[in-house]
Ligand binder design. Sequence first.
Ligand SMILES: Cc1ncc(COP(=O)(O)O)c(C=O)c1O
Length: 398
Amino acid sequence: MINPTYKQMLQGKSVIRELSEYATARGKEIGYENVFDYSLGNPSVPCAPSFTDAMIDLLEHSDPVAIHGYSPSLGIQSVRASVADSLNRRFGMHYEAKHIFMTSGAAGAVAHAIRCVTQPGDEVLTFAPFFPEYRPYVNQTGAVLKIVPANTDTFQINFEAFEEMLTDKVAAVLINTPNNPSGIVYSTETITRLADLLRRKQEEYRHDIFLVSDEPYREIVFAGVDAPFVGQFYDNTITCYSFSKSLSLPGERIGYLAVNPNATDADIIAVICGQISRGIGHNCPPSIIQLAVSKVIDQTSDLSVYETNMNLIYDKLIELGFTVVKPGGTFYIFPKALEDDAKAFCMKAKQYDLILVPADDFGCPGYFRMAYCIDTEKVVRSLTVLEQFVREEYGVKA
Ligand SMILES: Cc1ncc(COP(=O)(O)O)c(C=O)c1O
């Protein structure tokens, strides 16, 4: 018999994927240039040329048996060492290769981290608005995901609600900064307060509370924004990183998990993740991709278009009277819809070929997300359409 849990999941398919599929189908009808598709967080800039050069170099000059061979299950040792060195250089940390576990993107990193530090029945807290895939990552471990309501004034942490929910059942806290979908970056003040509270509760409950920090957007931070490295603040931190967005490599499925060297059992967490992999059939990312990434470890694609797009959209939203917090990074913006039902708002926008994502699945009803990883020229054209949409549907004038 097919497992009913998974069968049940078919009822809750990703709204983002559905909208993106709709946008693609609509593009075939009217030309994709006429569909303003803000649905999917797929980078719009090419990967860094240095990554392509590294791949060509590996293909032309390395032993094909090695570069196409199995990777060791925790990742290639030299690659793990280069990740550790890079983090130490950039953030003043003291990682060693043994603290690094290579994964299939941030998805693989978060799913392993949660499995490693929870037991069935434990609670994992995350903060609204949150990446909807956290539900399957956590649910399938047997742990229970609980959502701390949003602080919609700033989208920093709602500490009052958080402290109330931080009971002794909580084994892990899952954060995402810079944040999908709000675009907000947690400030030094927020992370300091979070770390202080976790330390206090660890002492009170006499057990570890791990902080799983999901950071695929770490390199997409806008000018002048305070973007602390979370791992510096709290010993029991597992940092989950991905090259999907920084190097525009989402299809290559490459990322890592980095265990703070001062964490409880720091020296065995990566090894334990290797054992978790055996159970779920996750094999390391391809050897050649690991090797190529390690050659360009401190580089990124040209990410500047995201800040350009953000400023254009933010200014127009403000001009139109939307309630919106200015993003500090990522390629997302998260305004309040012009009616309570964000789904209805987004359905109306769809009639103008504006594809916006209602935020119900992000745990923040009444809001919507725009993923502005699209060409600036298209953003500019879309803003005229946005203006027309809100004027005709809501009587709003710029
Ligand atoms: C917050 C967040 N976490 C994790 C992921 C998964 O990313 P990856 O492609 O690295 O698996 C994404 C992807 O969009 C994301 O937005």
